[in-house]
Design a protein around this ligand. Structure first.
Ligand code: ADP
Ligand code: FRU
Length: 292
């Protein structure tokens, strides 16, 4: 069991499940609607907590009724929120999600006007309580300061999620020990995950690089430049892919913390993420305590 600090977002997800993705300007009726606590880092920490780790979120929270839902859900999953910064009078970020029942796809429209988590709040956290820091690649200016601050703190390993391109995000890379790239970011620089990782390796020697690629699984490149691939783990039926990447990231961090080599790390993460795709929400059958 490790103590893990996640720096990133928590959201309210409003999910409309529809029988086939609607055409533009169509009017369709949802077959079901559900509300969940979401957010990349909040999701990743929830899965890590299920895997037996002690987790805390460092992120921005509003003080509106929707934020109560988020706090209650994180508390129910034993994810601490003491390092969070609460913004009075602000609104909880909401994702409006179209979930296609035919193939499990999730189309996300995210709205937020909540301020980002500031370095000044991060600076107050006693990092000596943690074994691992996981950062969401956003809020570049402040996150760069946080990463530098964390790295100045002895041997604290830091992972960085780079889901999509953002202005100046590359400035964060050199401070991480492990980078988790998403397909959307990789495709801005290469056509294939292998070519992408080869290119990144020449720019970033000495950092573990991972790139998830949906139903094709994930690729990785270890510090010796060894090219690795793990196929996706196919669930009996793809039901819901919302949070697959966040679950994958949890699997990577969990296996890394256990000292697994990168090939085993990828296999473990694909297994967990595949399992997630087979169920709604983050109720992974293989994890003993199923509360979401
Ligand atoms: P996201 O879009 O949620 O960030 P990805 O689509 O990159 O995530 O997928 C992350 C991981 O989830 C993949 O590496 C794979 O292991 C798993 N995964 C995604 N889609 C599927 C699928 N259809 N079947 C099985 N596993 C999947
Ligand atoms: C899934 C997710 C959702 C959230 C959105 C934020 O990866 O974290 O839970 O609404 O992405 O970008």
């Amino acid at each position: 069991m490790a103590h893990i600090l996640g720096i990133g977002i928590a959201t309210l997800d409003i999910i409309n499940s529809v029988d086939g993705y609607p055409a533009e300007d169509a009017k369709v009726r949802a077959a079901a609607q559900s509300i969940r606590r979401g957010g990349n880092t909040a999701n990743t920490l929830t899965v890590l907590a299920r895997l037996g780790h002690r987790c805390a979120l460092a992120g921005a929270l509003a003080d509106d009724p929707d934020s109560r839902y988020i706090r209650d859900d994180l508390a129910a999953h034993a994810v601490g929120i003491a390092p969070c910064r609460v913004f009075a009078g602000a609104h909880t970020p909401i994702s409006y999600i179209v979930h296609n029942l035919r193939n499990g796809s999730r189309t996300i429209v995210h709205y937020r006007d909540l301020p980002e988590y500031p370095f000044e709040a991060f600076q107050r956290i006693d990092l000596s309580h943690y074994d691992w820091c996981h950062f969401e690649g956003r809020n570049v200016e402040e996150t760069a300061k946080m990463l530098r601050h964390a790295k100045a703190h002895g041997e604290l390993p830091c992972s960085l999620e780079v889901e999509k391109p953002r202005d100046g995000i590359e400035r964060l890379f050199e401070h991480a020990d492990l980078i988790l790239f998403g397909r959307e970011y990789a495709l801005t620089r290469a056509d294939t995950p292998q070519a992408f990782l080869r290119g990144m390796r020449s720019e970033l020697p000495g950092i573990d690089l991972v790139c998830a690629w949906g139903e094709q699984g994930a690729w990785g490149m270890d510090r010796d430049g060894l090219d690795l691939h793990a196929p996706a783990w196919p669930p009996p039926m793809v039901v819901d892919t919302l949070g697959a990447g966040d679950t994958f990231n949890a699997g990577v961090i969990d296996a890394r913390l256990r000292g697994e080599p990168l090939a085993a790390v990828l296999a473990h993460a694909c297994r967990l993420a595949g399992e997630k795709c087979g169920v709604e929400g983050l109720r992974l059958p293989s994890l003993a305590d199923n509360r979401t």
